[in-house]
Design a binder for this molecule. Structure first.
Ligand code: GLN
Length: 308
């Protein structure tokens, strides 16, 4: 059929690109096969197309951030979350040690400072670390429409070298943006990043946002409509960190990238798209993923600012 053929062409058109570098801050990420590539697309009515190395499992990493932000918003309301985490693009790298001047909040939930804060907001006050981690995994699984699992090898490697995330968490603790033991928050955030997914899972997660919070296949309302709008807005301005302006102007789709090579895009009311390819550019975003999105957006007229 023409759609998978076209999607396959998108993947193949980038297959010769060997530029960029694997994430090498932990051994298991540096050891992945570098030449893989996959693309999945889910419509908001739950038709899923997947091509390339579509069965490949990889860790979700920072693509978890918009979904955990969504959970915090759904549980506490948008205003309460705004008191703790802003919505302004930082123009900085994902692991910058920075807080908004004046308010002392992390600038947005897509950089690590904001993601550590929204992670800790999940669950009722006084929830145990294990229960909070279980709620996060359960929520990510509802977005995907199947039970996801944590990659324990990646988790162990990340947590034993998460010095910068500890620095950020202690900074947040000193400003009382988070409470309790900062190390527990880092452990939970790193577990959230170590959840294993395929491009199909990610396309369905992205499509759930594009569908206003209803998972296209299970039909479950995972988050309220207003929360989906909030998350898509913040993905648009902050999802690609210090490359958000370039991404929005050239590709024009709310998106989020992760350091293991995944990218999601959610086109409101239409589709969720996900790509994976592990070689990264200087912003920590997949080189081939950006190219695949660029081609798709161009060919299918997906740019949000396209004037009809
Ligand atoms: N686990 C990584 C970190 O927090 C995720 C970063 C990312 O995907 N950009 O450092």
């Amino acid at each position: 059929s023409p759609i998978p053929d076209y999607l396959d062409e998108v993947v193949q058109s980038t297959a010769d690109d060997r530029s960029g570098r694997l994430a090498d801050y932990i051994p298991p990420l540096a050891a992945v096969e570098p030449n893989v590539g996959a693309l999945a697309l889910s419509t908001v009515d739950g038709t899923v197309y997947a091509v390339g190395d579509a069965d490949l499992e990889f860790t979700i990493q920072s693509i978890s951030k918009p979904f955990v932000y969504a959970v915090a918003l759904a549980q506490h309301g948008i205003d309460k979350v705004l008191e703790r985490v802003g919505v302004e693009p930082s123009g900085e790298a994902f692991h910058e040690l920075s807080l908004e001047s004046g308010t002392g909040r992390p600038l947005n939930p897509m950089i690590n400072a904001g993601a550590l804060t929204t992670h800790q907001m999940v669950g009722e006050p006084g929830i145990t670390e294990d229960k909070r981690n279980a709620q996060v995994l359960d929520a990510l699984s509802r977005f995907a429409g199947r039970e996801l699992e944590v990659d324990e090898e990646i988790y162990e490697a990340e947590v034993s070298s998460a010095h910068r995330n500890h620095a950020i968490a202690y900074m947040l603790r000193s400003h009382e943006n988070i409470t309790g033991d900062p190390r527990a928050v880092v452990r939970g955030y790193v577990r959230q990043c170590a959840v294993r997914v395929t491009v199909c899972d990610l396309a369905l997660m992205a499509a759930t946002l594009a569908h206003g919070g209803v998972q296209p296949v299970t039909g479950e309302r995972v988050i309220p409509h207003a929360v989906a709008r909030q998350v898509l807005s913040v993905m648009t301005t902050c999802g690609m960190y210090d490359a958000a302006g370039d991404w929005l102007s050239t590709i024009g789709i709310p998106a989020k990238s992760g350091v293991s090579g995944g990218i999601i895009g959610s086109l409101p009311g239409q589709v969720g798209v996900a790509t994976v390819s592990p070689r990264l550019d200087d912003h920590g975003t997949s080189v081939r993923g950006v190219k695949m999105f660029r081609k798709l957006s161009h060919d299918m007229g997906m740019h949000l600012m396209e004037v009809p």
